[in-house]
Design a protein around this ligand. Structure first.
Ligand SMILES: [Zn+2]
Length: 393
């Protein structure tokens, strides 16, 4: 990415107890994230009852990922947000209501300090060690959006070289959910290296609702992908630097080729079924250049207006059954309510499932069901069962 020293640097470095922000250009079009940067535990928690050597393992953090993130951020002059505490305390890459948010058992190790946690302790960990990181990411995104260049989000992780004694062949994996706009060129970049076994949504699937990228990128329509590097490759400084250089080269090529800065918008439409209506997408949302000057809060207003019409339409069409929506389109009113609730929670707002449903239905869900919901036919149920896809982990 070319430097433009006439611009303000934008994102300033910040040091906080539970996270840090690395400085970088606000208009770089890229933010790096490292959810599992550290294996530290706040002193009050000791070692969470684990033998200290367990904290050196992958269960506590992503070995090597923090240094790769730091070197890459410096090389590209882009901002980065990194955690400061171990995922064993609370996992920032899980939704706030994910059952694995605070693990009791991880890769064969029982975590004594996570057994029998009461609600107050869960709330405390979320407040001190989870929410601040997510707020910081949102704040950095907001600053980048204000610069006029929607940022891509690239999350850096590492994985163990074997799982349940099975060696993992991949050197690197690219994880993605529905949005291939960054994942595809990353995969191609890694394939082109010639010396790598590359995982496409391996060793994990990127389709985990509620995870960090889902909260900050999917929910905000920003281009995103997650990279998993096998940890033996980045365990020492030499490996970390080599991988930072490799990523720098690949990301620079992508940034200049796929997302040319200041270049006219390309034809609309993402690759591989990516939505064309997402805000961060240069080609799609901004209408082929006609709306590139539009200010982001106005874009949000337009999106909200379309959302309100959708909700209004669904309220008028009480005859349209949720199960038919699911069978036809893979979503229904309850999904909309979930998305609304999740967007609220990503902003730190407490909203119950019932409350979110009322926003969508315009009345309590039970009342709507009594008024409009019909008994599903065997045919509808069968179609629903056939359409239900297993969910990635
Ligand atoms: Zn990780």
């Amino acid at each position: 990415m070319a430097h433009d020293t006439s611009r303000a640097r934008g994102i300033r470095a910040e040091d906080h107890d539970s996270y840090c922000v690395l400085e970088g250009r606000a208009d770089a079009g890229l933010i790096l994230l490292c959810d599992h940067a550290c294996n530290a535990i706040p002193p009050a928690y000791g070692t969470l009852g684990l033998p200290p050597e367990q904290l050196e393992r992958h269960i506590a953090y992503d070995i090597g990922a923090a240094q790769v993130t730091k070197s890459l951020a410096a090389a590209l002059d882009v901002p980065a947000v990194l955690t400061r505490y171990s995922r064993l305390l609370i996992d920032p890459n899980r939704g706030a209501d994910d059952p694995t948010l605070i693990m009791r058992l991880s890769d064969g190790a029982v975590i004594p300090g996570n057994k029998r946690l009461d609600e107050a302790e869960r709330e405390r960990r979320a407040r001190l060690y989870y929410a601040p990181y997510h707020r910081a990411i949102d704040a950095v995104i907001d600053q980048c959006l204000a610069s006029g260049t929607p940022p891509m989000l690239l999350s850096i992780h590492s994985f163990t070289e074997s799982w349940k004694e099975m060696p993992r062949p991949w050197h690197v994996g690219v994880l993605w959910n529905k949005d291939l706009r960054l994942a595809k060129p990353l995969l191609e970049g890694f394939y082109a290296e010639g010396d790598l076994i590359v995982g496409d949504n391996e060793p994990y699937s990127g389709q985990l609702e509620g995870d960090c990228l889902w909260q900050h990128a999917t929910c905000r329509g920003l281009v995103n992908a997650l990279i998993e590097i096998r940890q033996d490759l980045i365990r020492d400084a030499a490996g970390q630097e080599a991988w930072a250089r490799r990523l720098c080269r690949i990301v620079t090529t992508i940034s200049s080729a796929t997302f040319p800065r200041h270049a006219p918008a390309a034809t609309a439409g993402g690759v591989g079924g990516a939505s064309t209506t997402q805000r961060g997408e240069r080609p799609g949302m901004n209408g082929g250049g006609a709306m590139t000057k539009i200010d982001n809060s106005l874009v949000t207003e337009l999106e909200a207006a379309a959302f309100r019409r959708l909700v209004g339409h669904l309220r008028e069409r009480g005859d349209v059954q949720n199960i038919d929506l699911m069978n036809m389109a893979g979503f229904c009113r309850n999904c909309l309510a979930n998305w609304y609730q999740e967007a609220a929670s990503a902003k730190g707002l407490e909203l119950t499932k019932e409350g979110a449903r009322e926003v969508i239905y315009g009345m309590p869900y039970k009342e709507w069901q009594a008024k409009h919901q019909k008994e599903a036919s065997a045919e509808q149920k069968a179609a629903f069962a056939a359409a239900a896809k297993p969910h990635g982990a």
